[in-house]
Design a protein around this ligand. Structure first.
Ligand code: C2E
Ligand code: MG
Ligand code: MG
Length: 713
């Protein structure tokens, strides 16, 4: 029964045992009830037997009275007549006899009985059981003799009574009754009835059973003490047994059925348990796999960002008071180039080999993880700050060792950002962010490849983030303003033009210079919008000044190359000027060398020039391709970068370069202006070497529009 829960089985077993006991009890009850019923039947049978014999005894008593009255010596015809009548009214009696002094004188019917006539009952043992005649005489009562063989040859009983005259015995009267007649009373309806004498010897009826299951009732008949007996019919017992067997069978069937159902249920449960255990095991495996996938990087098999962050958070939550951690966050410089040129599978192999190298590098780090494409992070516990450069050098050393991947020898470099717990933050996410920011800062350093986070960096980055976030709204709310820096004629000192320079009038932070947001504008894809605004604002301002009676001076606008992708640029520009009734030569477009103009922009520049718009090269000389620009693009003005101006009186190289630029411009017919002029010496040098125009703080810094009007007026 291992397949089944034992409890229901035990319940059924117990139930079956109780059922057996109950059925046994029911059986004995039923049997004893049957016994009682049988005994009641037997009692009524005994009563019938007694009544039947007593009825015959009444005949004997009647004859006895007749003889007493009439006397034995009465007319024999009278006696015979009496006997005839009595016999006919008596029903089933075999014979009636009258024996004065014991000698049979009359017997009725005569036929078949004649040989007993004259025989003495007191002497002839064939006619009566010895001793019984004496009992009949002495008891003066009715006595019964038999059952026995009668002289006539039948079996029957003889009922006798002695007749007295006063105290003198005068004779005996008797009636013979056939045994069948009596037995009829006993055996009526049964085949098991019998009658025994006191000694329990069978008198008549069916044989006495040998077992003890006899049912008997006493039958007291004058001198006889009989026992009327029977036995419970086996049929009845069988009937009881059969009903019990049916019940038994029914319950057995129910039990078997219940056991079957339970067995099925057990099987089902076992199957279910099996399936559940398989599923649970699968689930465990999947969970482990999932955890591995969730926490480990599938390429390098080292922890991933999620695992690293969870682990770092866990550690930070239970640090000792003086515990410190140092986070090294680094990536591979120019890794994108490897992916682009050698393919991504090579890139993957590089990452894999580097991860192995970092793992086997024996650095005392507590955790190494890959946090992204080519980004790794290492966590060190309790290292002194002085050791940071050494660890950074060790990491760089591991990365820069030549790698052999896909047949190519690669040598890589890294930039490392470092943040400290608890000095910089106590929050895991923030520590990682700070290290990542520092890594980006490290990328622009020239003297080393690592940068330890500081708050100035954070502020710078936060400002950058803030600027990018609010640029859109700033444009919508027109929070930008233009300042104008005058440009002077070097020889006369008169103002000949101005440069429009943008500022962001931030509602909280005040005026922010273009250096802080121009790159963000470019990144946000807002440069076209911003330049359009500058252009419109310049035109509007020029109109306003014109209305105020101020002569219009050429104003230059700084342009970035994305603006050249503006659709219908020239048409819109001309329409704008037309709208404000301005001539095309009031505008100048400054493009820097870093604007990286493409050849496709050439026709646009040409069209501008054809329409009389001045195009100048800003910050001229700062990039390697300055002269190349002059060769390829249709510009008509050069702005000497202020770094050269700053070298006047300091560096003969700068001075020579300035002189050369002046010469080139004059030879090629370009207009020329020097920017960033701050001292009279610089101005004097420029004048001396025939630089026609000057712009710089020496004359004016960039000024708001209302200052300009005062100036021009
Ligand atoms: P830039 O075009 O070379 O502008 C000249 C920069 O030099 C201005 O800085 C000006 O204030 C500064 N400057 C003028 N004279 C002197 C001087 O004597 N000494 C020193 N140290 N600096 C002087 P600002 O206004 O901060 O502009 C920086 C740059 O931002 C500009 O360089 C220009 O490239 C860019 N920029 C300004 N406005 C715009 C704009 O509307 N659109 C675009 N695309 N760029 C702009
Ligand atoms: Mg400029
Ligand atoms: Mg410039």
């Amino acid at each position: 029964m291992a397949f089944m829960n034992k409890k229901p089985f035990m319940i059924i077993l117990g139930f079956l045992i109780v059922l057996q006991l109950a059925l046994f009890y029911y059986y004995t009850l039923s049997v004893s009830r049957e016994y009682r019923a049988e005994k009641a039947d037997l009692s009524s049978q005994a009563f019938a037997l007694t009544s039947s014999i007593e009825e015959k005894a009444l005949i004997v008593k009647g004859i006895s009275s007749f003889v007493q009255t009439a006397g034995f010596d009465a007319d024999p015809a009278l006696i015979n007549q009496y006997l005839h009548n009595t016999y006919n009214n008596s029903g089933h009696v075999l014979s009636i006899a009258i024996a004065p002094q014991g000698v049979i004188r009359y017997i009725y019917p005569l036929s078949g009985n004649t040989e007993v006539l004259g025989k003495d009952l007191l002497l002839d043992s064939a006619l009566s059981t010895p001793g019984l005649i004496q009992e009949t005489i002495h008891s003066r009562s009715v006595t019964i003799d038999g059952p026995r063989m009668l002289a006539q040859g039948d079996k029957g009983i003889i009922i006798r009574q002695a007749v007295y005259s006063g105290n003198t015995f005068t004779g005996i009267v008797s009636v013979s009754v056939p045994i069948e007649d009596i037995a009829e009373q006993v055996l009526a309806g049964t085949s098991t009835g019998y009658v025994m004498n006191e000694e329990r010897s069978l008198l008549f009826g069916s044989p006495v059973p040998e077992d003890k299951e006899q049912i008997t009732v006493p039958v007291e008949l004058y001198n006889q003490h009989w026992l009327l007996g029977t036995r419970l019919s086996p049929h009845k017992k069988w009937e009881i047994l059969r009903s019990i067997l049916w019940i038994e069978l029914a319950f057995l069937l129910i039990s078997v059925f219940t056991l079957y159902v339970l067995w099925q249920q057990g099987r089902f449960h076992r199957e279910l348990e099996r399936v559940v255990s398989i599923r649970t095991r699968d689930l465990h495996i999947s969970k482990r796999l999932f955890e591995k996938l969730a926490h480990y990087d599938s390429l390098t098999e080292i922890p991933n960002r999620r695992f690293f962050m969870d682990e770092l958070e866990r550690r930070l939550q239970c640090t000792e008071p003086l515990q410190t951690y140092t986070l090294f966050f680094f990536d591979l410089n120019k890794f994108k180039e490897i992916n682009d040129t050698l393919g991504h599978s090579t890139g993957d192999e590089v990452i894999k080999q580097l991860a192995q190298r970092l793992q086997g590098g024996k650095l005392p780090c507590e955790m190494l993880a890959r946090t992204g494409g080519d980004e790794f992070v290492m966590l060190f516990g309790d290292i002194p700050r002085e050791q940071i450069p050494d660890i950074a050098a060790a990491i760089s050393g591991l990365i820069s060792e030549t790698l052999l991947v896909a047949g190519a020898h690669l040598s890589l470099s890294t930039s490392i950002g470092i943040s400290l717990y608890p000095e910089h933050s106590q929050n895991a996410e923030e520590l990682l962010n700070f290290a990542a920011m520092s890594m980006n800062a490290a990328k622009v350093l020239e003297d080393r490849n690592y940068f330890v986070f500081d708050w100035a960096l954070r502020e710078k980055l936060e400002q950058k983030a803030m600027i990018s976030k609010y640029l859109h709204t700033a444009l919508e709310r027109e929070e930008f303003v233009l300042y104008y820096q005058p440009q002077m004629d070097a020889s006369t000192g008169t103002m000949v033009g101005m440069e429009a320079l943008i500022r962001w009038n931030h509602p909280e932070k005040g005026l922010i210079g273009p250096g802080a947001f121009i790159a963000a504008v470019e990144d946000a894809g807002l440069m076209i919008q911003l330049t359009d605004w500058v252009l419109k604002e310049v035109c509007r301002q020029l109109c306003e000044w014109r209305e105020q009676g101020v002569p219009i001076l050429r104003t230059s606008i700084n342009i970035s190359n994305s603006w050249f992708y503006n659709r219908n640029l020239i048409e819109n520009l001309l329409a704008l000027l037309e709208h404000h009734q301005l001539d095309t030569d009031v505008l100048e477009f400054e493009i820097t060398e870093s604007t990286a103009l493409l050849e496709e922009h050439y026709p646009l520049l040409q069209q501008m020039r054809d329409h009389g718009i001045v195009v100048s090269i800003d910050d001229f000389g700062t990039k390697y391709s300055s002269l190349n620009y002059l060769k390829h693009f249709p510009v008509n003005k050069i702005k000497i970068d202020r770094t050269f101006i700053a070298g006047i009186g300091v560096s003969s190289i700068d001075e020579t370069i300035i002189k050369s630029i002046v010469y080139v411009a004059s030879q090629l017919g370009y207009d020329l202006i020097a920017e960033g002029v701050e001292t009279p010496e610089q101005a004097e040098f420029l004048v001396r070497h025939q630089c026609p125009h000057i712009q710089g703080f020496l004359f004016y810094p960039p000024l708001p529009a209302d200052e300009i009007i005062k100036l021009v007026a």
